[in-house]
Design a protein around this ligand. Structure first.
Ligand SMILES: [Zn+2]
Ligand SMILES: [Zn+2]
Length: 266
């Protein structure tokens, strides 16, 4: 199946860039060029100052042929995520979609996924680092106010894996929490642009998600509009091999099978 939604995008990139039609319209043009019918803007919660729901409403009026979701990527940043969570609580009704991410090990102030940042993994030992990452995921899920987990096995980003690593064994308890919490997970192409050279999550985790009946979204983690739906042809092959026959769209935090999503209902 060829995915027709991209639910992880960063129009603001790595700074506060207040939403304007000029900033957002190219993302919609790229959706049309790539056959994407539904997109979620999910800037990092440290850039909430730039998110403007009225601009998103205007953008929807200008582009009735593409479903546009107001979203955010809420993480476990020790400095900003308390404010981020508070903002999500306050704006829950205006948001369609909240991604949850672990970017920090406990006690660290730098993100674990920065390019060439292997020291945080190596100093812990790879196996302990993976265990600690999973513990942070458990805390994130317990904190709540999420719809979907982003890049579930991000800790592999640098290509360092524990000896005898079994992704299904490590991540099964997380997927059970995901299912119990009614959350989705994303299948993301971003890992192909990193040292690991593999989509998130590992194919065996995707397969287990299918078996558990967990809804799956598709995502590029684009930090520029040119990356919208990046490598989706390749992702389509991974989804087919993992037995994913249906992905979901979201509206106001409610998942719906993508094949049943009708633009007239929006
Ligand atoms: Zn992220
Ligand atoms: Zn992201």
């Amino acid at each position: 199946m060829f995915p027709s939604s991209d639910y992880h995008t960063h129009p603001q990139g790595h700074n506060v860039h207040p939403y304007t039609i000029d900033l957002l319209q190219p993302w919609i043009e790229q959706c049309r060029a790539k056959g994407i019918r539904s997109i979620a803007f999910t800037d990092h919660d440290r850039y909430i100052a730039g998110v403007d729901f009225s601009v998103i409403d205007h953008l929807r009026d200008l582009n009735p042929d593409v479903q546009i979701l107001a979203g955010i990527e809420l993480d476990n940043d020790p400095a900003t995520s308390t404010d981020g969570l508070h903002w999500v609580e306050q704006n829950w009704e205006r948001l369609d979609f909240v991604l949850g991410s672990v970017h920090y090990f406990s006690g660290e102030t730098e993100m674990l996924d920065r390019a060439a940042e292997t020291a945080q993994i190596e100093s812990r030992g790879v196996s302990r680092a993976f265990d600690q990452y999973v513990q942070e995921l458990e805390k994130l899920i317990a904190r709540g106010h999420l719809d979907c987990l982003a890049h579930l096995d991000l800790v592999k980003i640098h290509g360092l894996l524990p000896r005898d690593y079994d992704p299904t064994k490590l991540f099964r308890p997380i997927l059970e929490l995901v299912r119990a919490g009614g959350l989705a997970i994303e299948a993301s192409t971003a890992g192909w642009r990193k040292a690991i050279g593999e989509q998130y999550p590992h194919a065996s985790i995707l397969q287990m998600a299918v078996e558990l009946g967990i809804p799956i979204t598709t995502a590029s983690d684009a930090h520029s509009y040119v990356q919208v739906a990046a490598d989706y042809e390749r992702l389509a092959g991974v989804l087919d091999a993992a037995g994913v026959t249906e992905t979901v769209t979201f509206q106001r935090h409610r998942p719906k099978p993508a094949s049943l999503t009708n633009l007239e209902d929006l």
